[in-house]
Write a protein that binds this ligand. Sequence first.
Ligand code: FE2
Length: 331
Amino acid sequence: MATSKTSGLTHGNKVTDGLMDTRISQKNPIANVVAYKALGLAVSNVEAATEFYSRFGFDLEKEKSVDNVNVLTHPGGLELHVFKADRAHVDNKNILMDYDENKYPGINHMSYSVPNVTACKGFLESKGITIKDKRQYPNDPRIYAIFIRDPDMTTIEFENNHGEEFLSVEHFTASMIGENRPIDHVGIRVFDPDSTLTWYAEKLGFNNLVAKFEYDPTAPLKNGRPWISRTQSGTDINLILNTNERPKEHVLTAGGSVAPGILYAFWSIEESISAVAVNLKAEGVPVVLERDVETSELKFLSKRFVPAAKGLSSIFIQDPCQNIIRLIGPQ
Ligand SMILES: [Fe+2]
């Protein structure tokens, strides 16, 4: 079982309703997310992070990188956009993960599906990476997930939920991470989970409820299983429910100073960005056009993103818990 080091990732709640495939909202979504393109990752040392992520397949792409942002690409298709944070975590404890008494909203981990977790564990250990935690159930020898931390204590999960292929450690390669998908999910810790679940369904097309478990609002810090929702394209998010704090500012960007962590999830959409921006604003969603970042409330993102390529456009939006999402699509 996970320990407090991965607060929010244990899967101990009583299941009231298991896997399902239920439409969350009857409304047509404003945008339909089609894939994870990237994660915006703040780190205290860009070179050290670039080296760390290269150990499991993320290659530095110099031609895609810009001043202040290293673009790392994985064979599965995900990019990490790595840039420098303004501050380190206090005592090297991840503010989103390592405090039992405060569990803040935030994107608290990234998770990759792998064909065999035990083989993946051996592969990572052969690269000098320490396994910090694992998810395993009583009376079952299989490991379902393992967790590692990057040099800034950002959490990375490798999991298998669909039956493992037989695979020895020697045959595990970095390209197997993700199983040909960019990433399985990010974990987003939220307050008010029912309304947030609906928000992601109606705004961004995460409208298929894959799993929803019992949630006890009188025990807000209790670790439990995530709620999983999915777009038509099969893109998943996991909502982490145990939150007791509704801070005025997001803890990773409080005071405009960026702490290490997953600062934004970056998704591709098929709809016109300009139309989506108008429609999201009309529903009260904070929207910042890429070109307006420097003069916006998100100015801490200046020089912390790679501009959209010609013919494409991007916006930054915030969910009800102030988590930042970047969308890219046709103009
Ligand atoms: Fe996860």
